[in-house]
Every structure is written in C-alpha cells, then in structure tokens.
Write a protein that binds this ligand. Structure first.
Ligand code: HEC
Length: 126
C-alpha cells in the first residue's frame, strides 16, 4: 500500500516572514515606510536623527545627555517638556533675553523646538 503524500512527515515549513521569496521584502519595506509616515504624521514630526543633529551644539554647554558641567548652565535632562518648549519659544522671540540662547534658537522652527523639548524631557535627570 502506498503512503498518501499528506501522511508523510513534511519538513518544517520555512517561516512566512523569511520564506516568500523576493516579493515579501518589498512589501515589508513599504509597510515600514507607511508606518513611519503615519507616525510622522501623528506629530513627532521631527525625526530622532534630526533632533540629534539639532542639538549637536547644545551639548557644548548643556552636556551630552542634557546634564551641564558648568554651574551657570542649567541641566535640561528630565526637565518638563512644556517648560523646555516654552523657554525655547521665549529665547527665540526674545521674550527671555539671553545672548547665547537667543543665538542658538534663532532659526528654530516650532516643530524643532517641540522635538528638542521632547528629547531632553525624555532623558534621565541628573
Ligand atoms: C554657549 C552655551 C550654550 C549653548 C551652546 C546652548 N545653551 Fe541653552 N542655555 C545656556 C545658558 C547659560 C542658559 C541659562 C540662560 C539664563 O541664564 O537665562 C541656557 C538655557 C537654556 C534653556 C532653558 C533652561 C531652563 O531651565 O530654563 C533651554 C531649554 C536651553 N538652554 C536649550 C538649549 C538648546 C536646545 C541648545 C542647542 C540648540 C542650547 N541650549 C545651546 C547656554 C547654552
């Protein structure tokens, strides 16, 4: 008697993620891109890499992780997000007068200030 094909022990199926050949990779890229766009659309609009770029020069005074070394420079890490945002706005508009901070914030957009505030607020406080 012949064993029907279904009764033979089949080899383990390749996982559907890896196993579908060239096509599935493309779909995953598209899905990822879509997710990213959706996330961006939802408001955190400035990308993490861009934030790091924006704050490159801040580290000089405010420290790499938002913890300042100089005693006349405030720590930013773990500060309230809204507070940080408001201060950046105030420096930007000149409402809070400070030479260096006015200069540093002179080209910041609304989105960038929000992203920077989010970033420093998310860091562990000293
Ligand atoms: C040249 C040094 C220097 C640089 C560079 C610098 N800051 Fe500052 N920052 C200061 C000082 C000093 C203060 C305190 C201002 C004051 O006395 O009113 C300050 C204040 C702030 C505050 C308000 C903090 C608080 O507790 O009120 C924020 C927010 C801030 N800086 C963000 C930034 C960001 C973001 C950057 C980079 C884009 C930056 N700073 C770059 C020196 C600097």
């Amino acid at each position: 008697m012949r064993v029907p094909p279904a009764a033979r022990k089949s080899p383990p199926q390749p996982s559907p993620i890896r196993g579908e050949g060239a096509g599935s990779g493309q779909w995953r890229v598209i899905a990822l891109a879509t997710t990213t766009l959706v996330l961006l659309g939802l408001g955190s609009s400035t990308h993490a890499a861009e934030v790091r770029d924006l704050i490159k020069e801040c580290a000089f005074c405010h420290g790499d992780a938002g913890v300042a070394k100089d005693k006349d420079v405030p720590h930013l890490a773990g500060q309230q997000r809204d507070y940080l945002y408001n201060q950046l706005q105030a420096f930007h508009s000149g409402k809070r007068p400070h030479k260096e901070m006015r200069y540093m914030s002179r080209h910041m957009t609304e989105q960038e200030m929000r992203a920077i505030a989010d970033y420093y607020a998310s860091l562990p406080p000293r």
